[in-house]
Design a protein around this ligand. Structure first.
Ligand code: SF4
Length: 335
């Protein structure tokens, strides 16, 4: 959970909203007027990876629609308790890439900091849903250790803040981390991977924008939007100051069965991202994490969909279709 030391009434609006998130399938389904879908087994399926959905994200779903593509991403399913061949707890080889202090080094020149286990939403397909987050903390001592470790890695020119979700950290913790990173002379770029603005646009407060833009690092925010319905008017408004501040906005999506596996949805998603000032970056093939098998799409269908996307979209709106293979030197292009 996000550490909140002050009373709730003094906390920013986004943290209060986070406290109001749905934490059970029963409450979420009742809110969507889908009570009939609830079964006790759903709570059992979510035991190891609890339900968490912000009200904003729930409000983007269609009421009374059991097949809503946003609901599908967050509603637990009985199949999550079944073992499935080829599916594992660490499909991207995160454990093997750990170098200490919550830093992963997979690719040349880049280091990824696992900042916090917290997220504002729990996506059922998440490749880190079983990751054993070490209890490294999110205070000064930890960030000093991160900076010291980065100093010992002279090839690193880009630091990626990941998690969990790095924007689940409050601004003072985040500022402290960013300040420490700026003291490492060979780091030039700061990249933030976050889904939080999509599910809670209020997170993009003015002081967050100045925190990210008033330092010597070139800043890139990589959002995670899977479906055009996630691109809300409030997100568009909240992104305005980031666009003005010259922060590069990119998107990575995961190709998910029943969510965004149609040509129509992909075209709408990538065009709408552009209207929001966000460039499509990656379209990930599902990482085979235990519990997520229902999101898998056959390779033949994936390739056909991508060919059709390439035929319909200008090159700059076509995300790179990639697959992550543990131990590989880069993400592998597909199709
Ligand atoms: S890390 Fe990203 S994909 Fe995983 S649960 Fe959190 S927001 Fe969802």
């Amino acid at each position: 959970m996000i550490p909140v030391s002050e009373p709730l009434t003094n906390t920013p609006a986004w943290q209060q909203q986070l406290a109001n998130a749905f934490h059970t399938a029963r409450d979420l389904l009742a809110y969507l007027e889908l009570e009939a879908l609830w079964r006790p087994e759903l709570e059992q399926a979510a035991r190891d990876f609890p339900v968490k959905v912000t009200r904003h994200f729930a409000d983007l779903m269609r009421k009374r629609d059991p097949n809503d593509p946003l609901l599908r991403q967050v509603l637990p399913h009985l199949s999550e308790c079944e073992a499935k061949a080829g599916y594992e707890t660490d499909p991207t080889g995160d454990r093997a890439a750990e170098v200490g202090d919550g830093i992963l080094c997979k690719y040349h020149g880049r280091a990824l900091v696992v900042t916090t286990p917290s997220c504002a939403i729990h996506c059922r397909y998440c490749f880190r849903r079983h990751y054993g987050y070490p209890d490294n903390g999110t205070g000064e001592l930890r960030w000093r250790a991160v900076a010291d470790r980065l100093r010992q890695l002279p090839d690193i020119s880009e630091v990626i803040l990941s998690g969990g979700d790095p924007l689940a950290l409050n601004n003072s913790r985040l500022a402290s981390l960013v300040n420490k990173i700026t003291t490492v002379p060979h780091v030039e770029r700061l990249r933030i991977h976050s889904r939080l603005p999509v599910v809670l646009p209020e997170r993009l407060e003015d002081n967050l924008v100045s925190l990210l833009s008033n330092n010597r690092l070139a800043c890139v925010l990589v959002l995670h939007v899977n479906h055009p319905a996630e691109l809300s008017t409030s997100l568009f408004r909240a992104l305005g100051p980031l666009r003005k501040a010259g922060i590069t906005l990119l998107n990575q999506a995961v190709l998910l069965q029943g969510v965004n596996d149609s040509l129509e949805t992909q075209i709408e998603l990538n065009k709408k991202l552009f209207e929001f000032g966000i460039l499509p970056y990656y379209l990930h093939i599902l990482d085979k994490v235990s519990g997520a098998a229902r999101f898998e799409i056959g390779e033949k269908n994936i390739k056909q969909l991508y060919q059709e996307m390439a035929a319909c979209l200008p090159g700059y709106l076509l995300p790179r279709l990639v697959k992550e293979r543990p131990g590989a030197a880069a993400k592998e292009p597909v199709g």
